[in-house]
Design a protein around this ligand. Sequence first.
Ligand code: NAD
Length: 359
Amino acid sequence: MNKEYKIVLINGDGIGEEIVAAAKVVLEKVANKYQVKFDFTRALAGGEAIDAVGVPLPDTTIEACKKADAVLLGAVGGPKWDHVAPKLRPEQAILGLRKALSLYVNLRPIKVFDALLEFSPLKPENVADTDLLIVRELNGGIYYGEKKEAYIDTDGVEKASDLEIYSRPEIERLMNFTKNIAKLRNKKVTSVDKANVLASSRLWRKITNDIIGQDSELELEHLYVDNCAMQMVLKPKQFDVVVTNNIFGDILSDEAAVIAGSIGMLPSASLGDGTALYEPIHGSAPDIAGQNIANPLGTILSAAMMLKYSLNMSEAAEDIEQAVKCFLQAGYRTADLYRPGLKKVGTNEVGELISQYIK
Ligand code: NAD
C-alpha cells in the first residue's frame, strides 16, 4: 500500500489561496512520482477564520494541525482586519500556531539562483553562490513577553512597553539544534545579538559560547545585530549559519530576502517537538491579491522543506529545488521578477510548469 501523509493546507488571506494552490499542484506531482498519498485537509486561520468563526485561530485548526504530519500555510492578514482588537488580529494565528505546536525554531535558507542574479539589488559578484541559513528562535523573546498597551502613566505621559525575555532552556535547545544543523553544512556559526546593551543578549552569548563555542568541529563568531544587518548586504557570502533571537531573525531574514531577488522566493520551516509548519516568509500581499501575479515559488520551496524535514523525502525535496532552477533558467517569471525578453506567467501556471521538470 502507498505510504500516506496527512497534510493540512491553510490558505489564510490575500494571495494565500493562489500560492498554496500552486504548491499543491507540485506536491501532487511528487506524490505521483514517489507513489505516496498526500491526504490534504483545509483548515482556516487569520482573517478568513475571523470572517467565518470570529477568531483568527479556531480550535478545530489547532486540532487538525496537531494530528497532521505537516502544515503548509500561505499567509495571513490584511487591511480588512487592521481595526480588530490586538488579540484578535489575523497575525495572532501565526503566533498561536507557533505556541500550540511548540515550534521553537524557524529555518530560513537564503539561496541565490544564478538566473535571478540580475534581480538582486546587490552587485551580482557579491551575491553569486550565497547560501546561508538563518536559524531564528521562534517561541520566545519580545513577541511573547509581557505587553502593556498604550496607557497614561502617573506622570501624565502616554507609554507602552514590550518585554524581551529569554530563559536558559529556551536558548539551550535552540543552540543544540543549531549545532546539529551546522555540522551538516559548512560548520560556521554566526550568533547575532546586542550584548553591548541588552541583558537578554548577554545571557544568549554566554550560553552560545558554552554550547557552540565549546564544540571543536564548529567555528563560532558573534556579531551585533546592527553590524550583521550591514554585513548581510555588504558580503552575504561570508555567512553559513546565522543564529539569532525572534525579533532580530524576523528583521534580518526580510533583509536577506532581497538578496535572492524577490521576497516571493523564500521558504521557511518552523520546527519543534510536534507537527512542523511550512510557509513562505512574506505576508499576504493584499496589494496584489486575486490578480494572478503573486510569486508562489517561496511556497513551493516551503513544500520542498516539508518533504525534507517532516516526511523524510529528501530526494523529492531536491527534485522540487532542481525543478525551480530549471523553471527559472528557462526564463519563466512571475511579475515580480519579470523584464522584457523573459516569459511572463501567472501564479496559476507555475505549479504545472514546475511539475513538468519533475520527471
Ligand atoms: P508582504 O510580505 O505581504 O508584502 C510586502 C511587499 O512584497 C508587497 O509589495 C507585496 O506585494 C510583495 N510580495 C509579498 N509576497 C509576494 C509574492 N509572493 N509575490 C510577489 N510579491 C510579493 O508584507 P506587508 O505588506 O507588510 O504585509 C501584508 C499583510 O501580511 C499584513 O497584514 C501583515 O501583518 C501580514 N503578514 C503576514 C505574515 C504571515 O502570514 N506569516 C508575514 C508577514 C506579514
